[in-house]
Design a protein around this ligand. Sequence first.
Ligand code: BES
Ligand code: ZN
Length: 445
Amino acid sequence: MSKIDDLFAFLSIPSVSAVAEYAKDVERCADFLVEKLSSLGFDAKKHMTDIHPIVVAHSPKVEGAPTVLVYGHYDVMPVDPVSEWKSDPFKPEIRDGRVYARGASDDKGEIMAHILGAEEVIKEDGKLPLNMIFLLEGEEERGSESLFKFVQDPAVQKDLACDVIVVSDTGMAAEDIPSFSYGLKGLCCFELKVSGPAMDLHSGIFGGAVANPITTLAEMIAGTHDENNHVTVEGFYDGVQEIADWERESWRRVPGMADAELAELTGVPELRTEKGFTGAECVYARPTFELNGISGGYEGEGSKTVIPTHAIAKMSCRLVPGQDPEAILDKVEAHFRKVCPPSVRMEFTRQHGGDAYISDPNSNFGKAAQQALEMTFGNKPVLVREGGSIPIIAEISKVLGKDALFLGLDLPDARIHSPNENMRVAIFEKGIEMAKNMIRLMAKA
Ligand code: BES
Ligand code: ZN
């Protein structure tokens, strides 16, 4: 099979982790990885869990050489709205030099680049110069519940013992400018339900006498930010570290991340950052409080004059090092309880999350990773932190006691999580080269 055939076969399996009807496909995707890695001489196993399988694969032992653990996720986000896709999300297609499919960038293209990089080194040199472990999960896009449990087992920790963790599940600045990331944001997700009357009410018969749950929810939400776009939740910023001068300086030079460029890329009339910070600084290093969805009342055609029984908002906070997701949830819940008026009832539901992560970009392995990126793309990588989250990384790094490094290949126009997700074929090929360079450089780090 050619390299692109391997990628196409991988992308053709609809491994949507969030939707139960795809469970068999998710398992088939794990089987595909076990088979591919076994064919390269890896000792590859599928570990069943309560939700989706975890794949662990070890290369043949090379005594005295370092061990690199490559983490990735083979599950993908749901595809809706499917009508927005120009081709079937699970029938990969190349148009204008890009592979279009769900998972093309996040994270199947990136995983396959590492697998094929290892395959080419084995073909060219007869064997790998170091020890490699692939740790590939099927639940990242839904919170990694099974992997959180899996890595608590001391036997698993022993099996995954390594010198460094490498992750390609993050962004890349531009086609010829690689990014080397040394941090991820943490996350906590939650839902707030505001309930009022026992049944939908006629807004003429009862309006003005009874609090409207949508209005009340909107007021509660509007109060979470002040006029400077600071979050008003008491203690929200406790423990948040200052951005270092070298980081500010480095981030000013990241292509595409100037305020005007960010506005253009996202299609907004202008940015609305936290006062005192640039867009890049907010994305990389400031905690945020986001509304992800809001519902309640009549949303159908025409109008309907009701006071609805309830309204719901789905929210999440992106966190930075120094903030604890559980403590933030406590503070956010306390904030809402304080501002919730007696005319309604509120329910606060905690969902999944994980810690932020930061590592030293200039460790020996960090330097080798930066060198691999420069060799591959012909330009020095920009040093950034990610605004996105991979909640399991801080946990894996903690239990294994090793740093994680991020060599991302997702371009800003890769449309991850969105219709028409894609990866440029040229980036996929560079990704394979990057993986080869990384293997050879890390063997000597
Ligand atoms: N690959 C992304 C994370 C990412 C993307 C980091 C781009 C940096 C740049 C990952 O698959 C993802 O989407 N994570 C989720 C968290 C999850 C718990 C839903 C996220 O960040 O929203
Ligand atoms: Zn991802």
